[in-house]
Write a protein that binds this ligand. Structure first.
Ligand code: NAD
Ligand code: TYD
Length: 343
């Protein structure tokens, strides 16, 4: 059976990719995740008993752990691909302190690349972000050829990782592909990001802190469409290439906040304009023609999937209350204190 190592699979996007792959393909997924505050094995409850899913707790920047993991997996049928979702992913946290971002996003990516290269892994997908391009004016779209102009410490570490990936392709011919997507949304997103924070705050009767004038623009992608895009790139992508993943659904933060409140039937008086995020990028918008040529396109309708996402948070109050209170950390740190899978 094909075997794929997914890193950071207990987070928001990695867990969607794992659920999608385990449910729809004949593939064995091994998930290497450090279980930081953002990693929650509850996100994978629906597949944890599946024989094609295995979890290993480990840090991608820990050379010994990564080498051991890859070597033990390679001892069997070999790993077809590595998909690196693991990252520190929240801009506001990177502004508070960049060290963990450099550790995981830069060093972690290099350690993983090196171990995979030594083992002769035939495909390595680096999950990157539109934020590496920096901010865009009111018009136009960014192609994969555009220069990297990251503005936050988060974006800078993701850009650094992309450049290390590029060097592994150019120097060693190692088959790396980079994907850069716009803002994802959907179930299981950590409630520090705009949509889940605002939905859960509104459900709790708390205010929704909108940064600055609320007119920064983001392009929104339903997370399942992202997972489908990664599957497509795994199958059809060309080594050394970069693929933007986007939808054309551009909204100001104020528009999306009002849309959330409409779905929840809550009053706009919950909106609270607060001090802006330093270095706050005004707009991201990607040209994804290259990925379209691989046969991918977004299937989700924005209004419908926003409604579904809001409904999921309404139904999953236990999940987000445990996350917001920190309760989930105590239980899973005890349970996964040591490795969960001995291949
Ligand atoms: P997330 O914060 O929800 O999850 C990150 C996961 O990585 C967690 O499970 C965490 O435990 C794990 N992790 C962190 N450090 C690790 C380490 N050193 N070793 C092993 N595991 C570690 O993130 P997400 O929103 O799911 O984002 C996934 C990837 O997609 C990231 O690389 C991010 O940069 C990128 N991305 C995210 C978005 C978005 O809208 N969320 C958009 C574009 C790209
Ligand atoms: P976020 O979800 O943090 O994603 P990113 O910074 O990666 O785009 O933020 C999305 C947008 O929402 C961004 O322009 C910042 C803004 N925002 C707020 O206005 N208030 C908030 O509390 C948060 C978390 C974000």
């Amino acid at each position: 059976m094909r075997k794929i190592l997914v890193t950071g699979g207990c987070g928001f996007m990695g867990s969607d990719f794992i659920r999608y792959m385990v449910e729809t393909s004949q593939v064995m997924i091994v998930n290497l995740d450090k279980l930081t505050y953002a990693g929650n094995p509850e996100n994978l409850k629906s597949v944890e008993q599946n024989p094609n899913y295995h979890f290993i707790r480990g840090d991608i920047a820990d050379q010994t752990a990564v080498n051991e993991t890859l070597a033990s997996l390679a001892g069997q049928a070999g790993i077809e691909a590595v998909v690196n979702f693991a990252a520190e992913s929240h801009v506001d946290r990177s502004i508070m302190g960049a060290e963990a971002f450099v550790h995981t996003n830069v060093l972690g990516t290099q350690v993983l690349l090196e171990a995979a290269r030594k083992l002769g892994v035939s495909r390595f997908i680096q999950i990157s972000t539109d934020e590496v391009y920096g901010t865009l004016g009111p018009e136009g779209k960014i192609s994969e050829e555009s220069p990297l102009r990251p503005n936050s410490p988060y974006a800078a570490t993701k850009a650094a990782a992309d450049l290390i990936c590029r060097s592994y392709f150019k120097t060693y011919g190692f088959p790396v592909i980079i994907t850069r997507s716009t803002n994802n949304f959907g179930p299981y997103q950590f409630p520090e990001k705009l949509i889940p924070l605002f939905v859960t705050n509104a459900l709790e009767g708390k205010t929704l802190p909108l940064y600055g004038d609320g007119l920064n623009m983001r392009e929104w992608l339903f997370v399942r469409d992202h997972s489908r895009a990664i599957e497509r790139v795994l199958e059809k992508g060309t080594s050394g290439e970069i693929y933007n993943i986007a939808t054309g659904t551009e909204l100001t933060n104020l528009e999306i906040t009002k849309a959330i409140l409409r779905v929840l039937e809550r009053d706009e008086s919950l909106i609270e304009f607060v001090k802006d995020r330093p270095g706050h990028d005004r707009r991201y918008a990607l040209d994804w023609a290259k990925l379209r040529r691989l046969g991918w396109g977004p299937q989700a309708k924005f209004e419908e999937t926003l409604r579904q996402t809001v409904a999921w948070y309404k139904e999953s109050e236990t999940w987000w209350r445990r996350v917001k209170s920190g309760e989930y950390l105590k239980y899973y740190q005890a349970q996964y204190g040591k490795r969960g899978f001995n291949p």
